[in-house]
Design a protein around this ligand. Structure first.
Ligand SMILES: Cc1cc2nc3c(=O)[nH]c(=O)nc-3n(C[C@H](O)[C@H](O)[C@H](O)COP(=O)(O)O)c2cc1C
Length: 393
């Protein structure tokens, strides 16, 4: 086997051993049924991409019906979903891949149409700046906030019962948890808003509730990860120093930290004088016992090595695993030359990409996917990628 750093094993502080340092990045397939139930197509898609990576993080599952952010999103909001969650965990856990389910609530990044007539909710009644003409959400009551925290805890209990190896709390990509931390979307004057400390409270209470469930129901090596977006472009908005401070606050509660960035070597979007890569900033504040997962346009093994050299302990592959489900296995067997770096639309069925996802890739993400048929190639470089929640730059 080649001697790449990302092929080495890693043991988390809770005792769980990952067979390598490659994660599949969470990617929504938009292919669940109208009620959030998983389809066989999705299960096949994940199954084809498991077995090589050390951990596979699923696309975002909604913890509550009002947390649905898009059509075709999967649900984990009641026990009726346990059987299918178990099926999903089982197909992922082959050949020692750890199955991690991502849990989220979309908050204001939804619409009345997606919520079947219900108004989207958020920390405050402030519409998102992106996409244009986003609906104004209604502010959650304190009781509702407590309920959502419990929804994350209940979803974690279901994940444990279904046999997942861990959960990732989705605090990134401008969804509800980020909305509470952001001074743009959180204008509350009660104990859930105000200064940075108060705006952190929602995320911290979710981690506390989730940890309680884990200690009650799971084995000690159950994994609790957290994903965040380092910066926002809106004013007011989250700045890098806010996120670094936030990480110092939560790091004792998590087993790994996962950044959401479109390019692994990106530097600050707000402070152009800062030439230190974001990943290096996070590595510096993190306790060495909490590994850092980085992501963003990692295509080749050389990219993966370069991302690790900036300070990451793990790399996550998103689009590269859409194109090439056997990326890790090909690297391990010295077959790098046969890695598929582009996606030919006619291969999408063979690659088990569900029909709902094919449509999504060919439309919303057309410029983000390296299709063989693309005439313009989009690299995000030092810009925010559409997958991060997106604000036009
Ligand atoms: C089709 C698609 C769906 C995505 N869905 C999610 C998601 O459900 N949760 C999440 O945290 N990130 C999501 N992302 C972002 C990816 O996890 C990843 O951060 C991003 O694609 C950059 O990595 P890459 O360059 O390796 O693709 C999605 C990205 C794509 C392309």
């Amino acid at each position: 086997m080649p001697q790449y750093d990302f092929l080495q094993t890693y043991t988390l502080k809770n005792g769980a051993t990952l067979k390598n340092r490659v994660a599949m990045a969470p990617m929504t397939t938009k292919s669940s049924y109208y009620n959030g139930a998983l389809t066989n197509d999705e299960i096949r898609y994940y199954s084809m991409r498991s077995g090589g990576v050390g951990m596979l993080i699923t696309g975002a599952f909604s913890v509550h019906p009002l947390g649905k952010g898009f059509e075709g999103g999967p649900a984990v909001w009641n026990d009726a979903y346990l059987c299918q969650l178990q099926r999903l965990a089982n197909v992922i856990k082959i050949n020692d891949t750890k199955a991690i389910i991502q849990l989220f609530h979309a908050g204001r990044k939804s619409t009345t149409a997606i919520l079947r007539g219900e108004q989207p909710v958020s920390a405050s009644a402030v519409a998102a700046e992106w996409p244009p003409n986003s609906e104004e959400p209604r502010a959650l009551s304190e009781n509702e906030i407590d309920e959502i925290i419990q929804d994350f805890a209940k979803a974690t209990r279901r994940a444990i019962q279904a046999g997942f190896d861990g959960v990732e709390i989705h605090g990134a990509n401008t969804y509800l948890i980020q909305q509470f931390f952001s001074p743009h979307s959180n204008r509350r004057t009660d104990s859930w808003g105000g200064r940075r400390r108060e705006r952190m409270r929602f995320a911290k209470e979710i981690l506390k509730a989730v940890k309680t469930v884990i200690s009650e129901y799971a084995k000690t090596d159950f994994i609790l990860g957290y994903r965040l977006s380092p910066e926002e472009l809106e004013t007011p908005g989250i700045r890098l120093e806010d996120s670094l401070d936030f990480v110092e606050e939560i790091q004792n509660d998590i087993d790994y930290l996962h950044l959401s960035i479109g390019s692994y070597n990106r530097t600050s979007l707000n402070n152009k004088n800062d030439t230190v890569p974001l990943v290096s900033h996070f590595k510096k504040v993190l306790n060495p016992s909490v590994p850092l997962i980085t992501v963003g346009t990692i295509k080749s093994p050389a990219d993966a090595q370069a991302a690790m050299a900036l300070g990451a302990d793990f790399i996550a592959l998103g689009r590269s695993l859409i194109n090439e489900p056997k990326w890790v296995q090909k690297v391990e067997t010295n077959s790098e030359k046969s890695i598929r770096y582009q996606l030919n639309p006619v291969d999408m069925d063979d690659l088990a990409i569900p029909a709902g996802m094919q449509d999504y890739l060919l439309t919303t993400y057309k410029d983000a996917i390296d299709f063989t048929t693309n005439t313009v190639k989009q690299e995000f470089g030092q810009q925010m990628a559409p997958m991060e929640g997106y604000k036009k730059q």
